[in-house]
Design a protein around this ligand. Sequence first.
Ligand SMILES: [Zn+2]
Length: 344
Amino acid sequence: MSAYAELTPTPLRSPLGRIQACLQGLGKSCVGRNGSFVIQCPAHDDHSPSGSLKEATPGGDVLIYCHAGCSFDEIRNALGLPMSAFFADSGHSGGSEGSDLRESGNDSGGVRRVAHAYSYRDLLGAELFQVVRTEPKGFFQRAPDGRGGYINSVRNTDKILYGLPELMAGIAAGKKVFVVEGEKDADAVSALGLIATTNPGGAGKWSDHYSETLAGANVVVLGDNDVSGRRHAHAVAKALDGKAATVRVLTFPGLPEKGDVSDWLKAGGTAEQLVSLAAAAPVWDPSADPASFSAPTENTGIQSISAAGLYALEIEPMTFIVERFLTPGLALLAGPPKSGKSFL
Ligand SMILES: [Zn+2]
């Protein structure tokens, strides 16, 4: 960590100290002095480095900025810090010593723990890097250091799709490939015996070489039920257009906002239903607007399905109070004038 040798000592309880500790924990560089630093942005794979970190006053509020365009919230989420951590005298209790990232231990405010590590393996099964989910929720990536440990940097690592060995075997066998948003969803779909993958880094981080990996495959993109999820699904479908054999985009009507395939499975969705819905999903249309993928924002109780998906729909048989005439609950009674509707 030679980059840190140049740091002027800063009290860890200051906003600057907390953020520097988080950057260090994530393996991001932070170089500068007198309250002004050039940093590697924690929210994207930053080689430049393209971030800046400034103290408004010594020991006071900090300003953090990514010149590559990451938003403040993206940076804050990558650091795993609450808003209050960026301001002085906030009563924030985290960031006790050194790295703010611990493998285990008690929750103390602002300290991130590793909740789950998702391994990205090459075709021979060797681990290239991991996507690590932390608690409170955040993500970072790390790579094996060759000595049984990890370095919190993937700078010199080839980025690949998740579940690559199974994915390539599935494509070779002509199986349908489900592209989801996030490793948790990929695991959930794989657990059904289907072929699923995702890209590291989440929404907005699809690279063209992932599309080459999926050349010739029959792909179904499962979009999360929110604006960024629909936008990501559209971007992935667009990138695959002309490379994959077929591209379909499937969203799950009736899911609450931000719902994903894991939620849909939790609500009782099955592998058979997923395969049926995928078969019925429209082939992606390059001229389609992302907005056209929108599902109802609130659960109206009305399910929209395509005609081709009708056979997958279970319709309950009707029950009658008066045989073939009157159903329980709300019923509509129609007839010509003076035919006895009121009397009935
Ligand atoms: Zn950035």
